[in-house]
Design a protein around this ligand. Structure first.
Ligand SMILES: [Zn+2]
Length: 657
């Protein structure tokens, strides 16, 4: 019998702690190695060069200077640290990196004030104004990322220094905000899900109560328009004061000026119309999800990453208190997102002005915004929805997001990133090593080491397989004999997967997700075809006494498909896209030079054929097919585009009727 480990009161499925799952996969292991060996140290160098770490050195009185960078800079160091700490579970990091991790933890500890407060933007600039503008200045957002890093510290250090720091800060937040008379909540959610993690770690209910309080304040802030207006004006004044202070510091030092700082990516190229949208979405509170109570919400609104972090926190809260109205609202919002506000790649957030959700079907094929962080936040939300509902549609979307909307965010060599992700490019887009607002790279580095957690869950009735990712798992057990399974997968290039039982498993069910894109599936147990199997939702249930060394082979049939999307007819009526298994494909100019790219049309019967090309993009499965001109084309997985310099690209291809 499988032990259901640490199931939350209202979860239907129980997550497996990361230490029990080791990803050993022909596709994802490479990505993990690249992120550990290349991205992690490179990102640390960028955090060092851009003053993220120096701000802490100054706060800890190890160095003299002033705060530099933006008000959210602390969070990027916390996110890097969280990723680095999760890597230490299954990987050996270099001595230098381990030393750096310890050093940064010590630095964070020494930057904390005596009453628990920790935020270098305020403590180095104007401590007396702390907690006066939660809407704009991300104090609670940064606190949330500190707590998430502290949770990742488990297993790395017995002392749990970061956990102590987090508890002290969270206790201060409880003292300050857990009061019905205080009409404040987070301007950028993150603290909500972090508080639930802290509650689960410590069993201290004050953190759960603060999370509930912050969520319930939404839609209940009196005179919302005035509240927002005052904080926007305060932010403008604050930036002016900061600039004056910076100039004074430079004058005293006899220097001319800092290098001209770039503006953050989300402010680049905004038109007057964009600013008007920004202002309207701010003043009505929608940008911050403040206009309505969560229970009365039925569609995703505002800044996408804010929204999806908030919705993750709401599901976490539901999993502890079981308030059905919360779950119902989240299920409605999810449906609306999938039906009307999500691109075919899983990307969300089409309105650049607010990096946010637009009107229904506002899904232009050009100028899609689709921030990489939004894809990662969406995975986080869908994972929580899966745990509380046990519905395969959430695991389906996680798969789609992993292979498309998320993976496209990082270059194949692990050195460059996209902040926003387009579906059609005229060759202007280029991946960058770093951003003024580096939220996307630092989000990438914290999800990659955690991939293993999305593969399995358990329930009283058995083991659930949600993702086909090669791995070795040991299911945590209170008895002496634990269950061990080795999964081998050829995803995403083909649907062949095998499960080898490394221990016996008494009369137990194994549930296998049948992906939405999969039209036929074959199962073989010890080389004999299994015909009898039961369908539970979109999971196949196989119940038997599993013996050690038995091998279950499955083949989830993958075929290239030419698809259309009729949700926004004006944009896509005469266009198609290619999908193969979980992968969305695109055409790059580079592979289609003699086709007058991008003025091409796909044949009515394009005769699509998958061909693995070991010399293409480090080994990838290309899809070949026919154009209406009679010439052939080559498509590559969307995630792999823009890895050979600037090039034109199309996910959408014109089709001849
Ligand atoms: Zn981002």
């Amino acid at each position: 019998m499988v032990d259901v480990f640490d199931i939350r009161p209202y979860n239907k499925l129980s997550a497996i702690p990361l230490k029990y799952i080791n990803v050993i996969d022909s596709f994802w292991s490479d990505r993990q190695e690249i992120n550990k060996n290349i991205s992690l140290p490179l990102m640390l160098r960028k955090l060092e060069e851009n003053h993220h770490i120096d701000n802490f050195r100054i706060a800890a009185r190890e160095k003299k200077g002033i705060h530099r960078g933006d008000f959210y800079y602390d969070s990027d160091l916390y996110k890097w640290l969280e990723g680095a700490l999760y890597f230490t579970i299954h990987f050996d990091l270099s001595e230098e990196l381990v030393y750096k991790i310890r050093d940064i933890i010590e630095l964070i500890k020494n930057s904390q004030l005596r009453d628990g407060y920790l935020n270098t933007f305020y403590s180095l600039n104007f401590l007396h104004r702390r907690f006066t503008n939660l809407l704009i200045f991300h104090e609670l957002y940064c606190a949330g990322h500190l707590i998430e890093a502290a949770i990742a510290e488990k297993g790395f250090s017995i002392e749990r220094n970061l956990l102590e720091v987090s508890k002290q800060f969270a206790n201060l937040l409880v003292k300050k905000f857990l009061n019905p008379k205080v009409n404040e909540t987070s301007g950028h959610p993150e603290i909500e899900l972090a508080l639930i993690k802290l509650y689960r770690e410590t069993s201290n209910e004050i953190y759960l109560n603060l999370c509930k309080h912050l969520i319930e304040k939404r839609g209940n802030i009196p005179h919302l328009r005035t509240y927002v207006m005052r904080r926007l004006i305060d932010a403008i004044k604050t930036f002016r004061v900061l600039n004056e202070r910076k100039q004074k510091f430079l004058n005293n030092k006899g220097k001319q000026d800092f290098e001209k700082e770039e503006s953050a990516e989300f402010l680049e190229g905004l038109t007057l119309k964009d600013w008007l949208i920004f202002l309207r979405q701010n003043l009505n509170g929608k940008n911050y999800q403040l206009n309505k109570s969560i229970r009365n919400s039925y569609e995703p609104i505002g800044h996408t990453v804010r929204a999806l972090y908030l919705y993750s926190g709401v599901i976490d809260l539901y999993s502890e208190i079981g308030d059905e109205t919360l779950l119902r609202a989240m299920e409605l919002i999810w449906l609306k997102m999938v039906k009307a506000k999500m691109y075919i790649t899983g990307g969300t957030g089409s309105v650049k002005a607010i990096e946010g959700f637009g009107k229904d079907f506002d899904l232009k094929v050009e100028n899609s915004y689709s921030e990489t962080c939004a894809a990662i936040a969406n995975i986080m939300w869908n994972w929580r929805l899966l745990l509380v509902t046990n519905k395969s549609k959430y695991a389906d979307l996680i798969e789609h997001l992993l292979y498309n909307a998320m993976l496209v965010g990082q270059s194949l060599d692990g050195k460059k990133y996209f902040y926003s992700n387009c579906l059609i490019s005229n060759g202007e887009e280029e991946r960058k090593e770093w951003f003024k607002c580096p939220c996307c790279p630092t989000n990438f580095i914290r999800i990659i080491p955690k991939l293993g957690q999305y593969i399995y869950t358990t329930s009283k009735s058995g083991i659930w397989v949600h993702q086909y990712i090669g791995s070795e798992v040991k299911f945590p057990s209170n008895s002496s004999s634990s269950i061990k399974i080795k999964q081998t997968s050829q995803f995403p290039w083909n649907g062949k997967v095998s499960f080898k039982f490394l221990s016996r498993m008494d009369k137990e069910s194994l549930y296998l997700r049948v992906p939405k894109w999969c039209e036929s599936i074959q199962l073989n147990l010890n080389d004999e075809e299994i015909v009898e199997r039961k369908k539970v939702g979109s999971y196949l249930q196989i119940k038997r006494k599993w013996r050690e060394d038995e091998i279950l082979k499955i083949n989830l049939n993958m075929e290239p498909r030419l698809l259309s999307d009729n949700r926004n007819m004006k944009e896509t009526i005469d266009k198609k896209f290619i999908q193969y298994g979980p992968l969305v494909y695109c055409l790059e100019d580079l592979d289609n030079r003699n086709n007058n790219f991008p003025h091409i049309a796909i044949a009515a019967e394009p005769n699509l054929k998958p061909e693995f090309e070991s010399s293409l993009l480090g080994g990838t499965l290309a899809i070949k097919g026919d154009l209406s001109s009679g010439k052939s084309f080559t498509a590559i997985p969307y995630f792999a585009w823009a890895n050979r310099g600037r090039t034109k690209m199309r996910v959408w291809i014109d089709s001849i009727k």
